[in-house]
Design a protein around this ligand. Structure first.
Ligand SMILES: [Zn+2]
Length: 277
């Protein structure tokens, strides 16, 4: 069975997101831990969490995927920018323990002229500060498209971050289909080759989640513009081949396609389930 969810608004709490997920035939979802621009997080409501956990258990949910604000830059040259990323991520780690055994995804960041190797050192400093052997959350590095000076657009860079992290069993990768295609990995014409490369450099066992998006811009364009499934340069056939690939079909997929409302996600999930299940 296909495990799939979509990015939902966290404004009305976890139980609400769980019910929304059910209403679109999803068995997981993604949400921002706080305003994506990075403000203070709302207080967690223990009753809401408990009600969600009951619903998730009843309906056999997969782990849910928290997403850090995308404006954080753990690789920044500016110490204040880095301190802010550290503070937000440390706070998120603490809050995630209220919902144990779930996933937390973040963008590794941009080195902004310092060079990738300095940027990677800064990212690892933050990870080695916030990760503890006791925590119940797996932190995911997202594959990036490589726009500007983004780190994480090659499997080798992600692998280096993992290798230099102390709590390696708390680290995984979230592969974004739009980003990797934009970064120059041809998952449309050579999916087996790309997966073999990923497995050799990172290990497919580290692949814990997939952001399932089509791409508005062409292959290898180093842009980050998501598109609805089947409407972009990847195309529906490649997307179906992706979700049905033997090495991927058990992984959880998360839609981040541009939609006016939840009906758009519902239609995409129905389309995928019809093709897969
Ligand atoms: Zn992301």
């Amino acid at each position: 069975m296909l495990h799939i969810g979509a990015h939902l608004s966290a404004a009305k709490g976890f139980l609400h997101m769980g019910k929304e997920a059910l209403s679109i035939q999803a068995d997981t979802f993604q949400f921002f831990t706080r305003n994506p621009r990075g403000g203070a997080a709302k207080d967690l409501n223990p009753q809401d969490i408990l009600a969600f956990q009951e619903l998730a258990e009843t309906h056999g949910f997969q782990p849910i995927l928290a997403h850090a604000p995308y404006t954080l830059n753990p690789a920044a040259a500016n110490p204040e920018t880095r301190a802010f990323a550290l503070q937000v991520m440390a706070d998120d780690m603490k809050r995630m323990e209220a919902l144990p055994h779930n996933l937390y995804n973040f963008h590794p960041g941009s080195h902004v002229g310092q060079g990738a190797s300095v940027g990677i050192t800064r990212i690892c400093d933050i990870l080695n500060t916030i990760l503890t052997p006791e925590q119940n959350t797996t932190v995911l590095l997202e594959t990036m498209s490589g726009k500007g000076s983004e780190i994480g657009s090659t499997f080798e860079e992600l692998s280096e971050i993992i290798q230099r992290t102390v709590c390696q069993d708390k680290i995984g990768v979230c592969l974004d289909t739009c980003h990797v295609y934009s970064a120059g990995y041809d998952i449309r014409q050579d999916l087996d080759g790309v997966l073999e490369h990923f497995d050799r450099v990172i290990g497919l066992n580290r692949l814990k989640a997939i952001h399932l998006n089509d791409s508005l811009t062409p292959f290898d364009s180093h842009k980050d513009r998501h598109e609805k499934l089947g409407k972009g340069s990847l195309g529906l056939e490649a997307i179906i081949r992706f979700v049905t690939h033997p090495a991927l079909k058990e992984k959880p997929f998360f839609l981040e396609t541009p939609q006016d409302d939840i009906t758009g996600y519902k239609n995409e999930i129905a389309l995928l389930r019809a093709a897969v299940d």
